[in-house]
Design a protein around this ligand. Structure first.
Ligand code: ASP
Ligand code: ASP
Length: 343
């Protein structure tokens, strides 16, 4: 094979991967079933949307005429606003269902509620639910794309993708990063999705938090994962520190005083200094300043918290564009076209 035919074959293979990625993925239910190529494809597709957030006119007509149903059966401000904004910036309309104001209180079942939404003919549904597996249950029964916006303590796939985009941008890679996840792992869908995603790229993952919040089968989630009881040891030499929210509602289950948590696990400036110089600090929000994170760290130069929020928009635009818009993988990227037109 000459260098040229070899190059062409490689390019063709890359195209096929893109095509299969697109064909196979109808829903986004979790990170676990995704391949490295699929994750990389969505991160790459998010890049022009990321740049697009800085454009003075932040609206495309790509999904004009499409409707995205936002079915949030569990309280959420940030994720719901992020999906709604992503849909609006692609030109789609949204239908909003919030648990507090719905007939769920009157005992309507999950499937009846989503069937009612379906009868209004949306083109896709974004769902958050307190029960793990709810999005999959819905996906099996509805004939439209389903995007998981967080289900119980199972997965929060868009959070892991936006975290990955943030890490890849700042460190230039995901391969082999050394990450410490700190806090309540047991209840955290953010931790689970991140563990699945990063381990696909060979990350070394250290987990640290109170023993009662460590799931017993933790090590079975990923090959390069270990739990480290002492926070100083867990952070030592890390490229990334991911802090999870202390779900205060659970602090008193088996008693653990807030002051104890602060003393043993809070991410303080001194502890950050044990990580690699310039290590990234991530938090999915909402942050409880003064509890899991010292305000100085939250607002410091290593904190990526606001970047994570902006990247969330870009990632969600890429997902809505492909899953709901049904764009072929090799279609000209709508944000790139707009950015080029502006040059
Ligand atoms: N649960 C948080 C909130 O409601 C963040 C999220 O929506 O994901 O603000
Ligand atoms: N926003 C994240 C979630 O909804 C994390 C959190 O609420 O603590 O899972």
């Amino acid at each position: 094979m000459t260098a040229w035919t070899e190059w062409k074959a490689a390019a063709e293979a890359a195209e096929n991967v893109k095509e299969t990625v697109h064909q196979r993925l109808q829903h986004l239910l979790g990170i676990e079933p995704l391949t490295v190529e699929q994750v990389t494809f969505f991160l790459d597709q998010a890049k022009p949307f990321q740049e697009f957030q800085r454009h003075p006119l932040k609206k495309l007509a790509t999904l004009r005429g499409k409707t995205v149903a936002l079915a949030f059966f569990e309280a959420s401000t940030r994720t719901r606003i992020s999906f709604a904004t992503a849909a609006a910036r692609l030109g789609a309309d949204t239908m909003n269902l919030q648990a507090e104001s719905s007939s769920l209180k009157k005992g309507e079942s999950l499937i009846d509620t989503v069937r009612t939404l379906e009868a209004m003919r949306p083109d896709g549904i974004v769902i958050r639910h307190a029960a793990s597996g709810a999005p999959e249950f819905v996906a099996e029964r509805l004939g439209m794309p389903v995007l998981n916006a967080g289900d119980g303590s199972h997965e929060h796939p868009t959070q892991a993708l936006l975290d990955a985009l943030t890490i890849r941008d700042r460190l230039g890679r995901l391969q082999g990063v050394n990450i410490t996840i700190l806090g309540d792992i047991l209840h955290s869908r953010v931790a689970r999705s991140n563990i699945h995603l990063l381990s696909k790229f060979g990350a070394r993952i250290r987990i640290c938090g109170p023993a009662m919040w460590m799931p017993p089968m933790l090590e079975s989630l990923a090959p390069n994962l270990c739990r480290v009881p002492r926070v100083e040891e867990a952070i030592d030499g890390a490229d990334v520190i991911m802090v999870l929210r202390v779900q205060t509602e659970r602090l008193h289950e088996p008693a653990l005083a807030e002051s104890d948590y602060i003393l043993r696990y809070q991410l303080t400036p001194e502890r950050v200094r044990l990580a690699k110089p310039g290590a990234l600090v991530l938090h999915p929000g909402p942050m409880i300043r003064g509890l899991e994170i010292d305000p100085e760290v939250a607002d410091g130069p290593q904190s990526c918290v606001l970047e994570q929020v902006t990247n969330g928009l870009a990632v969600r635009m890429a997902l809505l564009y492909h899953l709901i818009g049904g764009a072929p993988a090799d279609a000209p990227h709508p944000a790139k076209e707009r950015l080029n037109a502006a040059d």
